[in-house]
Write a protein that binds this ligand. Structure first.
Ligand code: FAD
Length: 492
């Protein structure tokens, strides 16, 4: 069954009477936006590359309201697009541009429901902004380690629905590993209260994991019980030069053996990234005396003193220099210096945006294959498109590389845009040949919808489609996202 467009949305009069008015009674005036201008922030994605059009944005204030709204949507076959902070990068949170859905936003569901410090957990509404959770944890002397560039805007419901990775995944894993319990409004409007703060629970399938990374296609996450961790006492940040990704991987292996769990961040970037970050921001400076081809931004954290942590790091740096895995490096001596080193990494995406149009790839390969992936992709693209400039940076410890070719200088925009399918094919075929994934952390959304069918085995797509059909037989939850529509149509 594919109900998109078969519900009341086709008949504005009936839609207003049978959908909008009952919803207004549930959420009140504050919870319903129908003015096009006021809806605009919910229609446009962060990068402006997806723009939707809907008759209404609904903002329930709590789980009961969300469930009541979803019950109305199920009864009237009204498809919905769940939305959190709207910082996603694949169009998953944007509605289509044809008034065929409504947006269900968690922006007003922003309560911290409670903390259990003996159990090291925090329970929150889905709409709480990630940074607010980090700050609440810090105030209680704990750490909530999920951390990403959009943390001031993205919401935990969106983080869980995309299984966000971020800057500390090498140590703490992705969002998936930080969740103990979930509360979900199902596509028929029922609420599943799975907010258990248990570290051990083998009573059947681990259902919460199905909703994590589901990009809003199975249900709406309305609450979560999250793990809190001990707050590290000391942090040390270093910026290191290395001859190549192969050498960087060799040093990472050495560092993991010597420093173990203390490695919290290991970001790889090529010289070009530093150059464009510095070109477009006067606050970004090269901290080393001469230029090198590749860099690592490494951060260590743990208990004890900063002096001890830095001394341990320095020993492994020296070994790396002797083994020619590293060429140079600097260790931040203050919080200001550490912030300056971080600005290089943080300035890279923005610098690249200002440098010209680019195609974004968020791929992962086994860490051992990172070097091969970058070398093969660079060679294949330059052969095919002379002048193309590729920027590789990302989370080396997770094998997650943001590999973004930028248009050749002076190349007309239309010519460049026409190359997207071929560039994607070249990059993703190499990723697949190395046993990798075409999306490591941003998800499929709409951006990778066409490609996912090419890179996943039919049996895998079929299992996904069967799960979708089981939870959402009317295809009301975020239709046209994550699962190629053809996969659902093929279902018996
Ligand atoms: P949205 O964009 O609103 O939604 C994302 C998806 O989740 C959509 O499919 C939506 O339908 C669904 N969804 C949202 N809320 C719910 C809910 N309550 N229930 C069910 N489905 C829901 N991502 C990373 O993984 N790592 C990074 O390092 C990273 N860095 C970023 C840096 C910047 C500057 C920006 C702009 C983005 C970055 N991202 C990163 C991407 C983005 O921030 C993450 O995907 C984030 O987790 C999305 O959260 P959100 O609240 O903005 O979700």
């Amino acid at each position: 069954a594919d109900p998109v467009g078969t519900g009341l949305l086709r008949d504005p009069g009936r839609f207003a009477r049978e959908v909008l008015e009952p919803i207004r009674k549930v959420v009140g005036e504050r919870g319903l936006i129908t003015d096009r201008g006021a809806m605009q922030p919910h229609m446009v994605a962060w990068r402006d590359n997806w723009a939707g059009r809907v008759p209404a944005v609904v903002l329930p204030a709590d789980t009961a309201q969300m469930a009541a709204v979803m019950t109305i949507c199920a009864a009237t076959r009204t498809p919905v697009v769940p939305q959190g902070g709207n910082t996603g990068l694949t169009g998953g949170g944007q509605p289509h541009a044809d008034d065929s859905e409504i947006v269900l936003s968690t922006a007003r569901m922003n309560r911290i429901r409670g903390m259990d410090l003996d159990n090291d957990t925090i329970t929150v509404d889905a709409g709480v902004v990630l940074q607010v959770i980090q700050e609440a944890a810090a105030e209680a002397g704990r750490l909530f380690p999920l951390s990403l560039g959009a943390e001031g805007s993205c919401q935990i419901g969106g983080n869980l629905s995309t299984n966000a990775g971020g800057l500390q995944a090498i140590r703490y894993g992705t969002a998936r590993g930080l969740v103990l319990g979930l509360e979900v409004v199902l596509p028929d409007g029922r609420v599943w209260d799975g907010l258990r703060g248990l570290r051990k629970d083998n009573a059947g399938y681990d259902l919460k994991q199905l909703f994590i990374g589901a990009e809003g296609t199975l249900g709406i996450i309305t609450g979560a019980t999250l793990r809190l961790l001990p707050r590290p006492e000391a942090t040390v940040t270093a910026f290191l030069a290395t001859p190549s990704p192969r050498h960087a991987v060799a040093w990472l292996r050495r560092a993991k053996a010597a420093l173990g769990e203390t490695i919290t961040t290991m970001e790889l970037m090529e010289r070009r990234c530093l150059e464009i970050a510095a070109k477009h921001s006067p606050r970004v400076q090269d901290p080393l005396a001469q230029a090198y081809p590749w860099y690592l931004l490494a951060e260590l954290s743990g208990q004890g003193t900063e002096e001890d942590l830095a001394a341990r790091l320095l020993r492994v740096l020296e070994e790396g220099l002797e083994a020619a895995e590293l060429l140079d490096g600097t260790v931040a001596a203050s919080a200001e210096q550490a912030a300056a080193l971080w600005r290089i990494r943080e300035g890279t995406p923005e610098g690249q945006r200002l440098e010209g149009a680019s195609f974004k790839h968020d791929v992962s390969v086994p860490v051992s294959q990172v070097d091969r992936f970058i070398a093969e992709a660079d060679a294949a693209l330059t052969r095919r498109f002379p002048g193309i400039r590729s920027f590789a940076f990302g989370h080396l410890g997770d094998g997650n590389i943001h590999y973004n070719p930028v248009q050749a200088e002076g190349e007309p925009a239309a010519e460049w845009a026409a190359r997207l399918p071929e560039v994607n094919r070249i990059v993703h075929d190499i990723v697949a040949s190395l046993g990798g994934s075409i999306t490591a952390e941003h998800g499929i959304g709409r951006l990778r919808l066409e490609e996912v069918g090419r890179y996943k085995a039919p049996v895998e797509i079929e299992m996904m489609a069967r799960l979708k059909q089981c939870f959402d037989p009317m295809n009301l939850m975020n239709p046209g996202k994550m699962l190629p529509p053809a996969a659902l149509h093929r279902m018996p």
